[in-house]
Design a protein around this ligand. Sequence first.
Ligand code: FAD
Length: 419
Amino acid sequence: MAIGARPHIAVIGAGPAGLMAAEVLAQGGAAVSVYDRMPAPGRKFLLAGRGGLNLTHSEDFDALILRYGAAAPRLRRAIEAFSPNALRAWCEGLGQTTFVGTSGRVFPHCFKASPLLRAWLNRLGSMDVALHPRHHWSGWDDNGSLVFIGPEGRIRLTPDAVVLALGGASWPRLGSDGGWTGPVAKVGIAVAPLRPGNCGFIVGWSEFFKSRFEGQPLKGIELSFGGQTVRGDAIITRTGIEGGAVYALSAPLREVIEADGEARLHIALRPDLSESDLARRIEARDRKQSLSTFLRKAMKLAPAAIALLQEAAHASPELLSSMTSARLAQFIKAAPIRLVGVAPIERAISTAGGIHFDELDANFMLARRPGVFAAGEMLDFDAPTGGYLLQASFATGAAAGRGALEWLGLRAEDAPPAR
Ligand SMILES: Cc1cc2nc3c(=O)[nH]c(=O)nc-3n(C[C@H](O)[C@H](O)[C@H](O)COP(=O)(O)OP(=O)(O)OC[C@H]3O[C@@H](n4cnc5c(N)ncnc54)[C@H](O)[C@@H]3O)c2cc1C
């Protein structure tokens, strides 16, 4: 279904991956229509902007690519072609300068997604990319046409090529609900189950602890699990624990919980002090002072951290006040917290699982559906927070766009993103 002399390409999903594919395709000379089930594009991208919009990471390419674990070899070519530097240049082309934070993470100076998205949509509009909000893709009919449910009812389309960029399944109210797995699996495409990635965990907190400390941060802590150690912050939730440091360990934690039903996470509340130093200070404390006052004033532990120690001690079961100095130091250095479940995918930052890479050729085309490409978080990769998720979504979107141009015999080398 060419439009004029130009081939027509349908991009389904108006997140970072789909919009990037649309830009590459329009730049390469295709007529592009973008469909999304939501009333407005880029809802999850806007939410990511509420956390500062960590666009990518500045570390060495070899270190960066390893963050994608088993998917690294499948993503390497796309990320080489649309590297963190190319992503920064692209952002700056849209009027949003970027900077490298102290952790090596890259952010736009404005710390928001909305100005970038606005400028991007304007650019896409000027390239005649047609946006069709409120169009829910429900799969293919028996003739291989795309089926959408839109404001005017059911429509069928047979474009010259298709890019699927339907996202994962976290924060479903923003549009990506993983509903695409049904139609995709129905045509025989293998999909690894969608699971929470960069997610929180369930802890059996006492009533007192959860009612008193829900929403409180644990700052500057160090988490240890399975030989890995991560410094950062966490947040106590009503049902457990979440936040940056927890997300960084979420993949191994999730695997152990899936296998064994539980995992034991250790939290260092004063990671800057050695266990012997802690023990010495505890031993030398003024015994007239209550333990909690000592922990608060001399150990500089926040009330939430002290209560967390008490929770860990109760579960042991022990009493903090009866512990020897050495035992208490051990607890402050590594309070054991029993995680008994993975928090629901609805609250996760990302989604693990998705379309198996074995279903895709090197240009992100589905072997079972020639002319249909897939990109972004709907692919079977996960990565820690740090900008890796957006980096892979943008890069695979661009790669799928280039792949579709090539498949249609258009000149992919004319395409951005190196504008
Ligand atoms: C709270 C939060 C903070 C985050 N912060 C960061 C960050 O700082 N850095 C980072 O790298 N990553 C971050 N992420 C992750 C990042 O936002 C995602 O990885 C990224 O948006 C994925 O892009 P995508 O285009 O593949 O999918 P999405 O952005 O999810 O877009 C998919 C689109 O497809 C549409 N869609 C789904 N199903 C259908 C259907 N059946 N029919 C039509 N349309 C459909 C959806 O409405 C959606 O618009 C964050 C995520 C969350 C939840």
